[in-house]
Design a protein around this ligand. Structure first.
Ligand code: ATP
Ligand code: MG
Length: 460
């Protein structure tokens, strides 16, 4: 026992009650820093015929917000319906699935009898007292989809809500457009059901193409990264549950590395607590050594898919490639100009080799450095970066999970990246001011809605 009063079972139970690395948060009690968003979404849902689309970068917390808000909105006589999407998701099948789920679950109720004839794909629900029966035929038209849903949501609950998660995964634009039509028809018929969609999308237009206007009922919310203090709150809340004290610099480091993606806060905090639990000495205050161990554990835990592109970018190459890669993750900004990445590279080079480096350690000239950055775009170098909107000097990570992995690897090597410092704006001050991102004390180089830089999962 290395945390006072905690045996392993209890340790795991407490950990699980505070952190969920692999799954979305499902209740507002565990959702940090989204009060404003919760309020906006909730208000939108209470609008007649109003539905919601939550979009944003990968891992920013879309599913968590959707699940939590759905749990709030859903009346207590049932649970929200969760539908995950895949690349082959087809609209009619999805509605059939929603209907089937509702009926199956309702089948457990005493006043209902559920029968399912597999061959005919016919589901039947007999409401015993009233002798009303609902059968679900094959859904093959918009009309039948609306009809069926109208029937089944009555069985579901007083205030039913459906979450269509990872909508961007659906490859076919035609299938996505059917959802748009569907919402419109639901609204026209006044059907009592709400939909929340989540997805990585650059714009509503990209999501729905020419059918965008039929999505008038949709309230769209671009979910931003989590602000600093909330990242810390997640970590502190878990640490305090074990009655532990912590060096605040450690919590700062966790927040910095996470870059506002709560996934990394959960991952690092969880590994930090495991490191403490496995310490042979009884621990009351979490120290740097625990944090170092948490970094190593986190890297091992997520290296499976991420190690390969990382190695492609830096392995068997001179050290400038490694430093250049670290430099790409050395800012709060996720979309960066090559000039600013170069500044990071100079800073890192100085930190590692000092102010008087030997000839072999001297930093590259800007032109040479930019050649390396360009290589990071190619397959041979792991395709770690991509150009933003095809602009030659503007880079972002292809995947922010990889950005986090790079920050962890740098940290493991003893280099703390500046994940809390935004780049200097490269645009005139007046314009920069007008594009103030909204975060306290921070200027963003980008317009307040950088969504056009976000891509569909299936896009390259
Ligand atoms: N507001 C929050 N407070 C605390 N933890 C959060 C919050 N939002 C998300 N998380 C945690 O962050 C991780 C990622 O969240 P989530 O799965 O909701 O993101 P996502 O945007 O849906 O990701 P993806 O794009 O991969 O679908 C999960 O571990 C979740 O528990
Ligand atoms: Mg999700």
């Amino acid at each position: 026992m290395t945390i006072r009063n905690f045996e392993q079972d209890q340790f795991v139970e407490t950990l699980q009650s505070k952190l969920s690395v692999r799954s979305p948060v499902k209740s507002i009690e565990r959702l940090f820093g989204r009060d404003k968003e919760l309020e906006l979404v909730e208000e939108a849902l209470f609008d007649e015929g109003g539905h919601v689309f939550i979009y944003g970068d990968r891992g920013v917390g879309k599913s968590s917000l959707a699940a939590s808000v759905a749990a709030q909105y859903q009346s207590s006589d049932n649970e929200p319906i969760q539908i995950p999407c895949g690349k082959d998701t087809c609209f009619y099948k999805t509605i059939e699935e929603v209907a089937e789920r509702i009926l199956r679950r309702a089948g457990g109720r005493r006043d209902l009898e559920f029968t399912h004839t597999v061959n005919l794909k016919l589901y039947k629900l007999q409401v015993k007292d009233t002798e009303r029966s609902i059968s679900i035929p094959n859904i093959d038209s918009m009309f039948s989809a609306v009809d069926v849903l109208e029937e089944v949501v009555r069985v579901h609950s007083d205030r039913p809500i459906v979450v269509i998660d990872e909508f961007d995964q659906i490859e076919s634009a035609a299938e996505r457009a059917k959802f748009a039509h569907f919402l419109k028809d639901l609204g026209d018929r006044g059907v009592n059901v709400k939909f929340i969609f989540t997805g990585i999308a650059s714009s509503l237009y990209q999501l729905l193409g020419d059918h965008e206007s039929s999505f008038r009922q949709l309230f769209t919310l671009k979910l931003e990264r989590l602000y600093w203090s909330y990242r810390e709150d997640i970590a502190y809340s878990a640490i305090k549950a074990f009655g532990l004290e912590v060096d605040e610099e450690i919590v700062h480091s966790i927040s910095r590395i996470s870059n506002g993606f709560p996934y990394f806060v959960h991952l690092l905090t969880q590994n930090l607590l495991w490191a403490v639990f496995k310490d042979e000495q009884e621990v009351r205050r979490i120290e740097r050594a625990h944090f170092d161990s948490a970094i190593k554990r986190s890297i091992v835990g997520i290296s499976g898919r991420l190690q390969k592109p990382y190695d492609s970018a830096v392995l068997h190459k001179n050290h400038d490639y490694l430093l250049a890669l670290w430099a790409t993750a050395d800012s709060e900004d996720t979309v960066r100009y090559s000039d600013n990445i170069f500044k990071s590279y100079l800073r890192i080079n100085r930190q590692i080799f000092g102010v008087e480096p030997s000839d072999a350690e001297k930093p590259l000239e800007p032109a040479q450095f930019k050649k390396i950055l360009k290589k990071f775009l190619s397959k041979d170098y792991g395709e770690v970066l991509e150009l933003v909107e095809g602009r030659e000097h503007m880079y972002s990570y292809r995947e922010n999970l990889l950005r986090g992995f790079v920050a962890l690897k740098a940290q493991e090597a003893g280099l703390e990246l500046q994940g809390d410092t935004p780049d200097e704006p490269r645009i005139p001050t007046a314009m920069a001011k007008s594009r103030f991102s909204g975060a306290p004390g921070r200027l963003s180089v980008y317009a307040s809605d950088p969504s056009k830089h976000v891509k569909f999962r299936s896009e390259r």
